[in-house]
Design a protein around this ligand. Structure first.
Ligand code: FES
Length: 202
């Protein structure tokens, strides 16, 4: 072997080159594997069983305004009052609601998508207002002002024997396309969505 002593099977240069390449491979994997896990993990998640809660008869709701209801968050089971949250519900207005979510009833989360403060629906202005940093959302929950990064989250809804049921939370991008639930401040448009994995348990 060139540049080797008698009996050597690996030169010093070869040993250092191989060692440097191995160290480079380990360093690259240390960055790449977690990123890959974040990107692919949510796709492979098992679909958790949905929990639906009765929030009242269909007669309680209309297309013109929201009605507030209190539900228990499935992820906070066993935490008593702390595990409850207020949501806003109304019936879908076919002329006004142009999204393609296909829900007969719209159940909107009160958790601001900026940093999570509770928003309030103001009937006179048909807006959801966040008191913390001035976030404003339109009648369908889209951002119309302030720092929130995406529309207000919603909950699955269905009707069973004249009663309205509310299920799991889901998030939306700016086109009101359904996405897996995300934390406040997580963007859901463009490449940003891949930086924020789904967090269904929060
Ligand atoms: S938490 Fe709502 S605007 Fe900041």
């Amino acid at each position: 072997m060139p540049a080797a002593y008698d009996g050597e099977t690996v030169t010093r240069r070869g040993l250092f080159t191989g060692g440097a390449m191995a160290a480079g491979g380990i360093a690259t994997a240390a960055f790449a594997l977690p990123a890959l896990g974040f990107a692919v993990g949510p796709i492979l998640e098992d679909a958790a069983e949905e929990n639906f809660q009765d929030v009242g008869p269909e007669a309680d709701f209309n297309t013109n305004t929201y009605v507030s209801k209190v539900i228990s968050l499935p992820e906070s089971e066993g935490t008593g009052e702390a595990g409850k949250t207020t949501i806003y519900l109304r019936r879908t207005d076919e002329k006004r609601d142009t999204d393609e979510l296909g829900q007969l009833y719209i159940a909107i989360s009160t958790r601001c998508t900026h940093l999570g403060c509770p928003v309030r629906y103001v009937t006179a202005s048909e807006r959801f207002i966040c008191p913390c940093h001035g976030g404003v959302y339109s009648f369908d929950g889209k951002v119309s002002g302030g720092p929130p990064v995406r529309p207000l989250d919603r909950f699955e809804t269905k009707v069973d024997r004249g009663r309205v049921l509310v299920g799991d939370r889901f998030s939306l991008n700016s086109k009101l396309e359904r996405k897996k639930p995300r934390d406040p401040s997580n963007h859901l448009d463009g490449l940003w969505q891949y930086l924020y994995p789904s967090r269904p348990t929060t």
